[in-house]
Ligand binder design. Structure first.
Ligand code: 3NM
Length: 213
């Protein structure tokens, strides 16, 4: 493996609409200053051209920060954006295909919602760097999300997982501190940063919550 381990402790998934007038680029910049460690560019409604344009701007913000940029779903845009990898869902391109397209230096993440999905993913252990596990709580940020798994469901998947896990779905600073003991490597959020008036302060609050003993 040529990839350094990812720091999943505060993983920002972007939502262009939720960033509002402040805009996605400012949100990402402020969120990184506040402590975000990994950024996933996600905009299912954007065209490929729009996503590449947005991705190149986000790439500029991330350059020199050491924070990796992961593209949601669209493996074919990773190179055009100059991103560090891809995150795929259960219905997206299979992880082994993503790995063979991107090569050994890229990160590949997979969404897992059940223990059964985790078991299936084991067939491709080497293709995967980390899994996103959720939704822990219900969320309005993702249409038609899978059934909620709660803290116990998260813990079960984390314990069984051969990969580092990042928890996702309905996570706020208050709730983040309740997830630490599950063994997850971090929390992934959209609204807890993108929809907040001060994205930097929101990120700081999440870092603080996650670091609570
Ligand atoms: N994926 P918020 S839940 C993008 O369960 C996404 O795989 C999920 O948004 C999954 O932090 C989700 O606002 C939305 O709840 C997370």
């Amino acid at each position: 493996m040529t990839r350094a381990p990812l720091d999943l402790s505060l993983y920002l998934v972007t939502d262009t609409d939720q960033c509002g007038e402040r805009g996605l680029v400012c949100t990402v910049r402020d969120a990184i200053a506040g402590g975000v460690t990994t950024v996933q560019l996600r905009d299912p409604d954007a065209s490929d051209d729009e996503l590449v344009a947005l991705g190149l701007l986000v790439r500029q913000v991330l350059d020199g920060t050491g924070v990796p940029l992961i593209v949601n779903d669209r493996v074919h845009l990773v190179d055009a954006i100059g991103a560090d990898g891809v995150h795929v869902g259960q219905d997206d391109i299979p992880v082994e295909e993503a790995r063979s397209l991107l090569g050994p230096s890229a990160y590949v993440g997979l969404s897992v919602h059940t223990l059964a999905q985790l078991d299936l993913a084991r067939q491709h252990t080497d293709a995967i760097d980390y899994i996103g596990v959720g939704p822990v709580w219900a969320t309005t940020s993702k249409a038609n999300h899978a059934a909620t798994i709660g803290i116990d469901g998260l813990r079960d998947i984390v314990r069984a997982s051969p990969w580092p896990c990042v928890a996702i779905g309905g996570i706020t600073a208050d709730r983040a501190s309740r997830l630490r003991h599950t063994g997850a490597s971090g929390v992934a959020v959209i609204s807890a940063i993108c929809a907040q008036a001060d994205a930097g302060a929101a990120a700081q609050g999440l870092v603080h919550a996650w670091q609570q003993p």
